[in-house]
Design a protein around this ligand. Structure first.
Ligand code: SF4
Length: 325
């Protein structure tokens, strides 16, 4: 039976952190067996907010190294860089002609971006959802893994698809969201989402020593000021992070914390060991892959070639249906 096709993308943010891993990559790896998966590094999307592109190529390579190291398999999935298949930009132009501006101006993330980068409200920013739709429909993906916060984007993609099909005849399947319970991974500061910008992250590629050093800076239960104070593991992000990597029920930490039988310094060392142990095989694989830069080139070139075959076919169909050819 033909597998349904999934499309998902991520901006080229460089080295991935455990928030990316637990929130998306782990799930992408699992989906590879069930679906025909296309995973894309969306470098054009990044340009809507990135003015300095000096690190772009480095970030793409670091990111793909992590993707491969966690288990994304180029034999099972198509892994490629968005701009390597320029057909997406042509489709973006065509879809932008049938997308009412009012639909785009009401997108909540557009309003957020205006506040975030008032000095750089560019033309690409307002068309972001059209490019996102082009990414999905160019490959005729029918399934898009999304968190609840991304549902409005997907709904817009479905509206654009319906409008195109209504105007020019059935061309694209409507993409459906696959709601995934992405855990929101809070960073080491205990308050914000884990991110590179916030500096509260643990990169997959860190050394074990760097991981220990970083975890030492983690915030714990704010009510626990002294070693003798009983703690509240349910209010402690260190405890929560531990739970993502091993079953915390069995290690007795919660009880020891509540009875002040363990100090936060020791507890953080346990977390560091738990994370280092879980990431050891990934880091090993990453180190091996990093010794062969040509392999990364081959993976990306092969991914782009395979994606382009689908893209060209769709674009020809689109142009025929629009009477452009
Ligand atoms: Fe958190 Fe561990 Fe400290 Fe308890 S002992 S507050 S679980 S770091």
């Amino acid at each position: 039976m033909k597998k349904s096709r999934i499309f998902s993308g991520a901006r080229p943010t460089g080295r991935q952190h455990i928030g990316n891993y637990l929130g998306a990559l782990q799930n992408w790896v699992k989906l590879q067996d069930e679906y025909d998966c296309i995973y894309c590094i969306v470098d054009i999307h990044a340009l809507t907010s990135l003015e300095d592109t000096g690190n772009l190529q480095k970030n793409i390579r670091e990111m793909i190294l992590d993707w491969l190291a966690v288990g994304l398999d180029p034999k099972k999935s198509i892994l490629f860089v968005q701009s390597h298949v320029p057909e997406v930009m042509e489709l973006h132009t065509l879809l932008s002609m049938i997308t009412p501006l009012s639909w785009l101006l009401r997108v909540p993330t557009f309003k957020d971006k205006i506040k975030l980068q008032p000095e750089n409200v560019n033309y690409g920013l307002v068309g972001y959802p059209v490019l996102m739709t082009s990414d999905i429909v160019l490959y005729k993906a029918t399934v898009v893994p999304v968190g609840e916060d991304q549902l409005p984007h997907l709904e817009l993609a479905r509206e654009i698809t319906r409008r195109f099909n209504g105007l020019f005849g059935y061309t694209f399947p409507e993409p459906n969201g696959k709601l995934t319970n992405y855990p929101l991974i809070i960073g080491l500061d205990g308050k914000d989402k884990m991110s590179k910008q916030a500096g509260n992250d643990i990169e997959l590629a860190m050394t074990e020593e760097e991981t220990i050093k970083k975890i030492k800076t983690a915030y714990t239960d704010p009510a626990r000021r002294y070693r003798s104070d009983p703690g509240h593991p349910d209010k402690c992000n260190v405890y929560k992070l531990m739970g993502y990597f091993e079953s915390t029920g069995g290690n007795g930490i919660a009880e020891k914390c509540r009875k002040a039988e363990i100090g936060c310094v020791d507890c953080k060392m346990i977390l560091a060991e738990v994370i280092n142990k879980a990431l050891r095989p990934i880091r090993q694989r990453r180190d091996e892959l990093a010794t062969d830069p040509r392999y990364i080139d081959e993976v990306l070139a092969d991914g782009a070639d395979r994606a382009r075959v689908i893209a060209r076919k769709t674009l020809t169909e689109v142009k025929k249906n629009m009477r452009l050819i």
